[in-house]
Design a protein around this ligand. Structure first.
Ligand code: CU
Length: 132
């Protein structure tokens, strides 16, 4: 067997596993792969992407969850140094201000629907919150 074949296949398997969130059916073959993975890529990349009910502001742009439950309280995280707001276009639906590097809590409207919002300081920043 060529010496590089097994590690290569192992990392392909790990990558496929990470993408598909597969179960541990192949446990007998993953031992060396797990050790490789522990040394290079501990799992945080996957976990960091998975904050479902959080609006993230970075680079003067909003990243919004696909859908949030009515009446929920979600976190707004501002990764920029500039202060931003999450202000509903429809007055009164919600309006929170988030300092640079800070977080704030937004109470989602209790009526399902799509709520366009913007940043009052930066008129080019637009997004929409889908409640339902
Ligand atoms: Cu802004």
């Amino acid at each position: 067997m060529k010496p590089w074949t097994t590690p290569l296949l192992a990392s392909v398997f790990v990558a496929a596993c990470a993408l598909t969130a597969c179960s541990n059916d192949g446990a007998t073959t993953t031992t060396s792969a797990d050790m490789t993975m522990a040394g290079t890529t501990p799992a945080p990349g996957v976990a960091a992407a998975a904050a479902p009910n959080e609006i993230v502001i970075a680079g003067f742009a909003f990243s919004v969850p696909a859908r949030v439950p009515p009446g929920d309280r979600i976190t707004v995280r501002n990764d920029d140094t500039a202060e931003h707001t999450v202000t509903a276009d429809a007055a009164g639906a919600f309006d929170v201000e988030i300092e640079g590097g800070g977080t704030a809590t937004l109470t989602v409207p209790s009526t399902p629907g799509t709520y366009a919002f913007h940043c009052t300081y930066h008129p080019t920043m637009h997004a929409a919150l889908v409640v339902g």
